[in-house]
Ligand binder design. Structure first.
Ligand code: CA
Ligand code: CA
Length: 583
């Protein structure tokens, strides 16, 4: 009797414990402070870019240039289904789970020890979505009990990270007007901050912040002058000055899509985010600088106010979206320690700015040729345009003068993120050498229709390669080493204190290079092209490396003459995980 009572009490106590544990576990998870510390915490990957600066640098050294040749796969997890295409995602890792986004706005949770699928979420996309450049997604954000990601029909969705069930789902823009979203959101102080895509459809770029717990809008900042910002439901001032750099009403359909998301510097309390091309591509229709397109913006994360801007391509006429990531780093230039930021722009120049105020420090060419400009004026920070390389104005219904321009509109560097090593002081840029014939045509804005006023054909400019992984010294603007690849590079880069640089190739390899010399040290064939961004973390005392494999993205859609370098590559969709064998 006594022992039965005891047993009964025991099981009651257990039931109580479980009932208490469940809600605590569900609300548990990484805080905004944990996310700020992501670069230092090696046991997890809590943000796109491995830290708010997005340097994609890990202090781990267990896998290093002496032993990386022994790296072997642990498992591969398929995304399955008929939906393949480009897998441009960067995985996140937390508490024994790897979270990845997949093509067609899907999210997957895999066991980080076994690769078994825990759950999958498939967004139900309408037929009319208008992604310009494949059905990709670049990654999720994690905060507390939530995994947050953006969809091709311009929604932002928070899922329960343990179950994959929807917590909130918000429309961020009208997909029928050409808006979509593919970038990983950024978490800053319990706000989820994101941009939008659609620069080829006459949309207006915006940066927005929502309450991470409820999904409610806190502020909205349009990136094109003349449009009005919002804060807590009230107007919060015009972006720029009406008609200062745009003619007539063209700012209403002016582009400036913020399609890659941003980085954050806690020291200056600024978000840095790039803006895309002005609309339409035909620059003859919009005389002026067309602010704030093709720029880097520094934004106050509390209010959405623009604190400074730097325009990399004023009056862009080549679709040189300036969306590329702006990566904070500290360095000494001319004997002076400085708080800097760097960006390898689609226009072929590598920019270093003072990240506290946007002051121009330097711009150096990182590709084979830039036909549209001959360097930058160090006093004004403006490009020295080569006027003959601007596509000509159409004459009535007739197309304008065709020009050959390099880089091509797919850029000296496109979306794929570079990395900065605090060990070598070098940036590692996934770049491409290619050009294009481009000409302008008449165009009028029509909701939901392409708004280019231009046509193009991409062409190779070198006999042996298109892709080049380049190591750039940001203090001198010199290329320290380069690795050439036959097909265009389209994946992100990871660097580690183990003197390593990792990146993928369309030919299907994940490769490791010596960070100081560029010597190729290891490669593994994943079965499809690698256009994702690799990560590394520590688990049970061992260093792991993971990357998504799955060929696609903008290149197969728009590659023109260069398509023959990758016509035989198979599609796919798998998460690959590697480590050193146990001794
Ligand atoms: Ca971490
Ligand atoms: Ca564009």
């Amino acid at each position: 009797m006594k022992s039965r009572l005891k047993r009964g009490l025991g099981s009651l106590a257990m039931t109580v414990a479980i009932a208490f544990a469940a809600p605590v576990m569900a609300a548990d998870g990484p805080t905004s402070q944990d996310i700020l510390n992501d670069a230092q915490s090696t046991g997890d990957v809590l943000s796109y870019g491995l830290g708010p600066w997005a340097q994609r640098f890990s202090p781990m050294t267990q896998v290093n240039s002496d032993n990386v040749a022994g790296l072997v796969p642990v498992f591969a997890s398929s995304l399955g289904g008929e939906k393949q295409r480009g897998q441009e995602s960067q995985p996140l890792v937390y508490d024994g789970t790897i979270y990845v986004t997949g093509s067609y706005s899907r999210v997957f949770a895999f066991d980080s020890h076994t690769g078994e699928k825990k759950w999958e979420y498939d967004a139900r996309l309408p037929d009319g979505i208008m992604p310009c450049c494949d059905v990709v997604n670049r990654g999720a954000a994690i905060h507390g009990d939530k995994i947050i990601f953006a969809t091709l029909d311009a929604h932002l969705i928070a899922l329960n990270r343990l179950t994959g069930k929807v917590i909130w789902n918000k429309t961020i823009a009208d997909y029928q007007a050409g808006y979509s979203a593919t970038a990983a959101p950024l978490i800053v102080n319990d706000k989820v901050i994101y941009g939008n895509s659609g620069g080829e459809f006459g949309i207006v770029g915006r940066v927005e912040a929502r309450d991470v717990n409820t999904g409610e809008l806190i502020w909205s900042r349009p990136t094109v002058e003349g449009n009005i910002g919002m804060l807590n439901g009230k107007p919060n001032g015009m972006t720029g000055t009406l008609n200062a750099s745009w003619p007539g009403d063209m700012w209403k359909t002016g582009g400036g899509a913020t399609w890659l998301g941003g980085t954050y510097d806690p020291g200056t309390n600024l978000i840095y985010i790039g803006t895309g091309n002005p609309g339409p591509w035909n620059s003859n229709m919009r005389p002026g600088d067309n602010l704030y397109t093709a720029s880097t913006l520094a934004i106050d994360p509390d209010t959405g106010v623009i604190k400074w801007h730097y325009q990399t391509t004023p009056h862009d006429g080549w679709d040189f979206d300036g969306v590329n990531e702006f990566i904070p780093f500290d360095a000494t230039i001319g004997g002076k320690p400085m708080k800097l930021g760097a960006k390898a722009d689609r226009n072929g120049y590598f920019f270093v700015l003072d990240r506290t105020n946007g002051k121009f420090i330097s711009a150096n060419k990182f590709v084979m040729e830039t036909t549209w400009a001959n360097g930058y004026n160090p006093k004004t920070g403006r490009p020295n345009f080569i006027d003959e390389d601007r596509p000509g104005a159409p004459n009535g219904a007739e197309k304008g003068k065709t020009v050959f321009a390099s880089p091509s509109f797919l850029g000296g560097k496109n979306w794929m993120p570079m990395a900065y090593s605090q060990a070598t002081g070098l940036f590692y840029i996934p770049s491409n050498d290619w050009g294009m014939d481009i000409w302008n045509e008449p165009i009028a804005y029509k909701k939901g229709a392409a708004y280019l006023g231009a046509e193009f054909t991409i062409k190779p400019i070198a006999p042996d390669h298109i892709g080049v992984l380049r190591a750039m010294d940001p203090t001198t603007g010199k290329i320290v080493w380069e690795y050439k690849n036959k097909a265009p590079l389209w994946g992100g880069v990871l660097t580690t204190a183990g003197n390593l640089v990792f990146t993928g190739t369309p030919e299907g390899y994940l490769k490791a290079f010596d960070a100081k010399t560029g010597k190729e040290l290891w490669k593994f064939q994943t079965g499809s092209g690698v256009v994702g961004s690799p990560i590394t973390w520590e688990q049970d005392g061992e260093q792991y490396i993971a990357v998504m494999s799955g060929w696609g993205g903008a290149v197969p859609l728009w590659g023109g003459e260069v398509a023959k370098t990758f016509k035989d590559i198979s599609q796919g969709g798998s998460l690959w995980v590697f480590k050193l064998p146990k001794h």
